[in-house]
Design a protein around this ligand. Structure first.
Ligand SMILES: N[C@@H](CCC(=O)N[C@@H](CS)C(=O)NCC(=O)O)C(=O)O
Length: 392
């Protein structure tokens, strides 16, 4: 792996101290069980970390459990939900061991549907590299962890995906001081050191993308994305790359806490370099559980379409706006939830205790400056991709 830098384009700062800083940072990162011991040379350490953690799917060897997840959760009385260890707006650890965020709210909504109690969740923080093993080993019932639906993950590692909850895409963040601007492209990463977390689609996308545009990069992978952000702050990495949502979230937080000024950190290219449809993942061959999770996602979308919210749910249950709403709120004679092994009011509880799609989005992502309008996460009636099949 090359650490050579491009000169003469005025894009990057000199980097004489970088090797030492990277060694220090990767020693911390290497505390993870699967990480190799750090070597003394910065370049070697970097190379080893990247090479041993890039193969996200191949490392999973545990035979998936077969079926019965719903019954297990009902017997246990709690939902084990895998989330990210720390992802701004999606899964933020709280002092009491719970998590808040967009993904965390889906865990809570699912617990409300299955157990009637949004607080009946055991959150399990997972790194990107370990998440599929944790799922396959049966340590969690479902994974809501900024997880991109890909063909290899769907076919090679014993898992299945539910409907997309957030349409994301990979971007890159650099410093305006180093010459990056809104017009920067993938080609502008030539000669740069990029950081991200291991076990992600991010690694493959940037490696393939850079190759396609003829850019030579030095990719450094660490265990968690917050570590990658630290390297970026220190200047050990010229650039960080991951799902755009995380870049926007980190930049927004840094502006809010006074660390940087608006315009200091540039996110590019404007059109992401990949599609990252994020959503739930569960073990394959458990159709009953898949249905429960999938229809949770769908019904929160349909509730948004119909204006059924946590604030007006009681009124809506008393007077459903139409027959479809009557069915999924559990008051129509032809309700379907009991046939799925749930209480008739399962999804009404999810809406009551957590909210519909728009509420989950607004509660967690509006504070970070995200807007559905004009994005792929807008309603399908407003030009977006958020769409659900009919509840009938
Ligand atoms: N969507 C990608 C990336 C997932 C990912 O790890 N994203 C980062 C940025 S949101 C993350 O969760 N970081 C939190 C952490 O590393 O703990 C994937 O499924 O591989």
């Amino acid at each position: 792996m090359s650490t050579k830098r491009k000169n003469g384009e005025g894009l990057y700062m000199p980097r004489r101290l970088v090797p030492m800083l990277v060694v220090g940072a990767l020693v911390v990162a290497s505390c993870g069980a699967d990480e190799p011991a750090a070597t003394t040379a910065a370049q070697d350490t970097t190379t080893t970390a990247a090479q041993t953690t890039t193969t996200e799917a191949e490392e999973v060897v545990v035979t998936p459990l077969q079926g019965g997840t719903l019954a297990e959760i009902q017997a246990r009385g709690s939902l084990r939900c895998g989330v990210s260890t720390s992802a701004i707006g999606f899964a933020e650890p709280q002092d009491d061991g719970s998590y808040s965020g967009f993904d965390a709210d889906y865990c809570r909504a699912l617990a409300a549907a299955v157990l009637g109690d949004a607080n009946a969740v055991e959150f399990v923080g997972t790194t990107a590299a370990e998440r599929f093993n944790v799922l396959a080993a049966g340590e969690i019932d479902v994974l809501f962890r900024n997880t991109t639906w890909t063909q290899s993950r769907d076919t090679e590692i014993g898992g299945d995906f539910g409907p997309t909850t957030f349409y994301d895409g990979q971007q890159i963040m650099g410093k305006a001081d180093f010459g990056f601007n809104d017009a920067s492209t993938l080609g502008d990463v030539d000669g740069a050191r990029l950081c991200t977390n291991a076990g992600t689609t991010t690694e493959k996308n940037i490696t393939e993308g850079a190759r396609v545009v003829g850019a030579e990069i030095d990719l450094v992978t660490v265990e968690n994305f917050p570590e990658a952000m630290d390297l970026f702050r220190q200047g050990s990495c010229d650039l960080v790359t991951t799902d755009g949502s995380a870049l926007f979230g980190n930049r927004y937080a840094a502006i809010q806490n006074g660390e940087i000024a608006e315009g200091d950190w540039i996110i590019f290219p404007t059109t992401p370099i990949s599609k990252e449809p994020l959503g739930p993942m569960y073990r394959q061959n458990d159709s009953q559980w898949a249905d429960v999770v999938n229809w949770l996602v769908y019904i929160l979308i349909i509730a948004d379409e119909k204006g059924i919210t946590s604030a007006n749910i009681d009124e809506m249950v008393a007077n459903p706006p139409d027959p479809e709403a009557g069915r999924f709120l559990g008051v129509g004679e032809d309700e379907l939830q009991t046939k799925m092994g749930l209480a008739a009011d399962a999804y009404a509880q999810a809406i009551r205790q957590v909210g519909n799609y728009d509420e989950i989005y607004a509660n967690n992502l509006h504070p970070l400056g995200f807007s559905r309008a004009g994005s792929a996460n807008a309603r399908w009636t407003e030009g977006g991709l958020v769409y659900a099949p009919p509840a009938r």
